[in-house]
Design a protein around this ligand. Structure first.
Ligand SMILES: [Zn+2]
Length: 203
């Protein structure tokens, strides 16, 4: 299970400071009362940005690992949320997705470039649509676009900021923003708006 490591560090700073060493998870998220053999379980590496490691814990009773993903990094995609945001921004500014990806991905053919871009754009749009409904007090006047959310939040980069604002909903929001299921998956349809109040992260 992925959990949020709240940090304002950029991906470069995270790697340079080896900030995974500062990540803390005092209690098992499934058994806060303890007694389940919950312990630190080292780190795992991510390919990009180079040198990235993610802190990990393990609950032996629940046979479950927990990793603390910093706010700067994408969930279940390589790289950073800022990189995802740049792709989406280019698409929002362009007359068509084809036009945008032809400028972003010069290294691969158009069909592959479109698939690559849509793996980023579609789940982010889905997450923004969910946030408008889940957090109407902040986003009721927003469209599911980055430019609209940027205006509402008055920030340069929206996605890392949404890890903070949407912190209670990360387990149901799709990756790369959240830690839930991908849009269209069975699990996603079932859980979409079934957020329960309670601990953060949800148990
Ligand atoms: Zn446990």
């Amino acid at each position: 299970m992925q959990l949020r490591f709240a940090t304002v560090l950029s991906a470069e700073e995270y790697v340079r400071r080896k900030a995974w060493k500062e990540a803390k998870l005092d209690n098992c998220p499934i058994h806060p009362e303890g007694g389940c053999g919950f312990c630190k379980n080292g780190t795992y590496r991510r390919k990009t940005p180079e040198g990235t490691k993610i802190a990990r814990w393990y609950c032996s009773l629940g046979h479950q690992t927990f990793s603390l993903l910093p706010d700067c990094l994408s969930a279940r995609l390589p790289g950073t949320l800022q990189e995802v945001e740049s792709v989406m921004e280019e698409v929002e500014r362009s007359p068509s997705q084809e036009d945008a990806v032809e400028r972003i991905r010069l290294d691969i053919l158009l069909p592959g470039a479109l698939r690559w871009a849509r793996r980023r754009i579609l789940p982010i749009r889905s997450a923004l649509t969910m946030l408008i409904r889940l957090m109407p007090f902040l986003f009721s006047s927003c469209e599911p676009t980055l430019s609209s959310f940027r205006c509402a939040l008055c920030v340069s980069y929206v996605l890392p900021e949404l890890r903070q604002h949407g912190g209670s909903f990360l387990q149901i929001l799709p990756p790369p923003l959240g830690f839930g299921s991908r849009p269209g998956s069975k699990k996603m349809k079932k859980n979409r708006f079934q957020h329960k109040t309670g601990t953060d992260p949800p148990l």
